[in-house]
Design a protein around this ligand. Structure first.
Ligand code: NDP
Length: 249
């Protein structure tokens, strides 16, 4: 494949596993310098770093909690120290803590909002001055079909993901004149640890409801991210793009 992201610097949060990891691997193959973060998965992060070494690109692996604005600023400082610019930010780090509202604690609510929504704010806020000064950049926020349609037992998650959509649309309008694009991706069910951990009978039921009768793969989401981060999609901003095998039709 042509190196469509050659010499681009991409920050990808939650790169140790799942969708974030697939993005790291693909972006590196496409020639980008990859800065990836993780929260706890040190072994997985080391393994990924080893794999990225085999690509010609440069990479940086950083343990950082997106809930902490100070740590997000550190990510940006270290990225600029190493690569002098930020071309792409993918706000991917996310968690679920599913429960019926009646059983949901304030902590369950706050953890999910803090990671998914406030984490997106923290990283974007930490990058924004650099992007505005550069007068270029691309932000991809990973939301979810659940943020569009609502899913029972996920009030915290759906609120965080719907919040990301509003945030992205507002920011897209705010900074379009600075040549910075902001798009939102809404995956349906993607076969990562977040979903494979579900009971088999639950997974079977989920698949029955997906028109294409299978879950998506992290690589398929990474391909969409690569397109939206590349010059091939220069006229697309403020969009909310589903990748869900028809789930939300
Ligand atoms: P995984 O659970 O496989 O990976 C989550 C990633 O986020 C890990 O790298 C994890 O790091 C990181 N992370 C979690 N909390 C924090 C934190 N506080 N600070 C920094 N990093 C953190 O998830 P997926 O790959 O499945 O999901 C990626 C994104 O896609 C999420 O935003 C999710 O909501 C969204 N999504 C996923 C869907 C799916 O079906 N899988 C469907 C719709 C949306 P560590 O490994 O260290 O824990």
């Amino acid at each position: 494949m042509e190196k469509t992201l050659k010499n681009q610097t991409a920050i990808i949060t939650g790169g140790s596993r799942g969708i974030g990891r697939a993005c790291c691997e693909l972006f590196a193959q496409l020639g980008a310098n990859v800065v990836f973060t993780y929260a706890k998965s040190k072994d997985e992060a080391q393994e990924l770093a080893k794999k990225l070494k085999t690509c010609q690109c440069k990479h940086l692996s950083l343990q950082a909690d997106v809930r902490d604005y100070g740590q997000c600023r550190e990510i940006v400082t270290k990225t600029l120290d190493n690569f002098r610019k930020i071309d792409i930010l993918i706000n991917n780090a996310g968690i679920i803590k599913d429960k019926a509202l009646m059983m949901m604690t304030l902590e369950d609510w706050k953890d999910v909002i803090d990671t998914n929504l406030n984490g997106t704010f923290n990283m974007t806020r930490a990058c924004i001055t650099t992007l505005l000064k550069q007068k270029s950049g691309c932000i991809l926020n990973i939301s979810s079909v659940s943020g569009l349609t609502g899913t029972p037992r996920q009030t915290n998650y759906c609120a965080s993901k719907a919040g990301i959509i509003g945030f992205s649309k507002a920011l897209a309008k705010e900074i379009a004149s600075y040549n910075i694009r902001v798009n939102t991706i809404c995956p349906g069910y993607i076969a990562t640890e977040m979903v494979t951990a579900l009971r088999d009978d639950v997974k079977k039921k989920i698949i029955e409801n997906i028109p294409v009768k299978r879950m998506g793969t992290a690589n398929e989401v990474a391909n969409l991210c690569a397109f939206l981060a590349s010059g091939e999609s220069e006229y697309i901003t403020g969009e909310v793009i589903k990748i869900d095998g028809g789930l939300a039709i």
